[in-house]
Design a protein around this ligand. Structure first.
Ligand code: NCD
Length: 350
């Protein structure tokens, strides 16, 4: 079964498929108003989030589906000590698809190992945030029109920012992507991520240096919740602030993106600049999540369709290593694509 845990779980063709679906949803909203009727999305948010959770909720509602879940680990059975594995086994019985945010890296990956329904990673620690990345890609497509040969400025918290890490993984697959990294020393991109960039990046000390170079400026918040030392957060939080003066140094057709929430790394004066794309980006997030939910549910249905139908049989399996020979299980069979009747348990011809 397909899950969406990391942006690279999707091939570039599948990324295209989902972007095209999102564009079609934008054009023909009413045609999608009931496509998830009778389906339920469980939003399991172990870490607080307003934006992403509401975006998923709105997306499912606009597809005609329903939403259940929790928005805080404290209000769920997690506070009683339940593991992710057990929670997901239970939730698999109540919902058709899950959006999970977890403060631990790999939380959604564990869930996928035990789940009977598709899992969408809605952000795990500093690791990955694939639906934000799909939001970012849809925004770049709608604003700039292409993914290749773009110079992307990444500014702010490059150490803990999962949106940055995910975006790099996705953009690295397109030709000619270059990066300009702008961050305080202490919040630099981790080495394991830098390796993914090969030689296609430069690091600069100021936003002023970066402004004339970039096609996309991706601003991020310094994430207070990821700091053990609050004094360090206070010292770093205002390191790089984008304002109207700095915007004057940028190309006329560049765009400014931000996954939001913004703290004060972009002054409100920038909001009215037509190149400020971050509020349009939020809206794209809803459309792309609609496309992702719809596509994953479709893929699941196709898998079920591709599975051959089984039926009970009186024929005994002649494979003496088959469990149906030694244990009193119901004798079951299926007909494969070549028309051969096979044992359901060991696939031997009957
Ligand atoms: C981001 C996140 O949660 O990683 N926000 C989001 O998904 N809208 C960025 C952030 O919290 O700074």
């Amino acid at each position: 079964m397909r899950h969406l845990l990391d942006p690279t779980d999707l091939s570039t063709q599948e990324v295209e498929q989902i972007i095209s679906r999102a564009l079609d949803i934008i054009e023909h909203r009413e045609q999608y108003a009931e496509v998830c009727k009778g389906k339920k999305l469980a939003t399991l948010f172990y870490e607080p989030s307003t934006r992403t959770r509401l975006s998923f909720t709105a997306a499912m509602m606009e597809l005609g589906g329903e939403v259940l879940g929790f928005s805080d680990a404290k209000s769920s059975s997690v506070s009683k000590g339940e593991t992710v594995a057990d929670t997901i086994r239970v939730v698999s019985a109540f919902a058709d698809i899950v959006a999970m945010r977890h403060f631990k890296e790999g939380g959604p990956r564990v869930a996928s190992e035990y789940s009977r329904i598709p899992i969408i990673n809605a952000g795990d620690g500093g690791h990955s945030h694939p639906t934000q990345t799909m939001t970012d890609l849809l925004t770049i497509r709608r604003e700039i029109g292409r993914f290749d040969h773009l110079t992307i400025g990444l500014c702010g918290d490059l150490k803990y920012g999962r949106t940055v890490h995910s975006l790099i993984k996705a953009m690295n697959r397109y030709e000619g992507t270059r990066y300009v990294l702008i961050s305080p020393e202490e919040l630099r991109l981790p080495d394991y991520m830098k390796q993914e960039l090969h030689d296609n990046y430069i690091e600069v000390q100021t936003l002023e240096e970066a402004m004339p170079l970039v096609d996309v400026l991706y601003m991020t918040r310094v994430q207070q919740e990821r700091f053990a030392d609050q004094a360090e957060y206070e010292r770093l939080k205002d390191s790089f602030i984008l304002d109207e003066e700095k915007m004057k140094l940028a190309k006329s057709d560049m765009i400014v993106m931000h996954p939001l929430p913004r703290v004060n790394e972009i002054t409100v004066g920038v909001d009215k600049d037509p190149r400020a794309a971050y509020f349009r980006q939020v809206e794209n997030g809803k459309y792309v999540r609609k496309a992702i939910i719809y596509t994953l549910l479709q893929w699941k249905e196709q898998e079920l369709l591709n599975q051959p139908e089984t039926f009970t049989t009186t024929s005994l399996c002649h494979n003496d290593r088959c469990i149906s020979v030694t244990e009193p299980v119901e004798k079951k069979a299926y007909v494969d694509r070549e028309g051969v009747t096979r044992c359901f348990y060991c696939d031997h011809e009957l």
